[in-house]
Design a protein around this ligand. Sequence first.
Ligand code: GLN
Length: 304
Amino acid sequence: MDIQQILEDIQAEVRPLLDQGRVASYIPELAVVPGDKFGMVVRTVDGASYAVGDAGERFSIQSISKIFTLTMAMQLAGDDLWKRVGREPSGNPFNSLVQLEYENGKPRNPFINAGALVVTDVILGHLDNATETVRDIVRGLCDKDDIDFDLAVAGSEQATGHRNKAMAYFLKSFNNLDNQPERVLDAYFHHCSLAMTCLELCEAVLFLANNGVAPLSGDLVMTGNQVKYVNSLLLTCGTYDAVGDFAYRVGLPAKSGVGGGIVAIMPGQFSACVWSPGLDASGNSLAGSKALELFTTKTGVSVF
Ligand code: GLN
């Protein structure tokens, strides 16, 4: 199979979609990113990588960071984590507050904002410098020492993230945050602001396609069973309230972010990352979702 040619065909096919999505504007610093960017990378567990478009440009990973914080929280807290956050799709927007009220402050899953705030709180409870530790783990996973927070993006969200702030205080009112809300929010905004390329993201999540082993270092990030847990959560909760439609179309565990990135996992074979900043109504990259759908359709490779 000529993966490079398939990626080039996909790039041409999604081009008309690039101006149809809407670049996230509720974080002002994200609104300045040109909407016509498109990059895609497929990285196999045995070392091959294929790239098209703006695959070498760093972008704001936003909610894709929730994979790394969940991975850490699972290591640090074990099953206790699930006393504070659930494992069900929310069926609501990623930043919704309503469900938290009638479910007594226990977020539906770790991949919506409320769940990620609880996960961040768990990490903060175990580590003095949790913010930097997440960055350093990501650096190690893709062997790139210069991966860093985009402080302009973090500051922009700190200045305008009133809904996330409301959510953190709301969680605190249900005693589901141990730390002060402002401390949790600061760490959360920093993690979301990490800037990475499609190839770096592919490498950073490749352990989820490789039975828990990071291919670059050979390190065991998590057990094969934990990989099953994370990938199952990605399939059922990774793309917000569009997750059923996304799973139907793409057929891979995946995580999106409002920076326009989406990572997807094919266990035993590869990770993929696509970036296109224009979003659909649920906050998933419009052209990016289509590109992944075309990839699994053209190759005939999905978890099903
Ligand atoms: N930082 C963003 C927020 O909290 C992340 C959301 C996302 O990528 N879906 O709103």
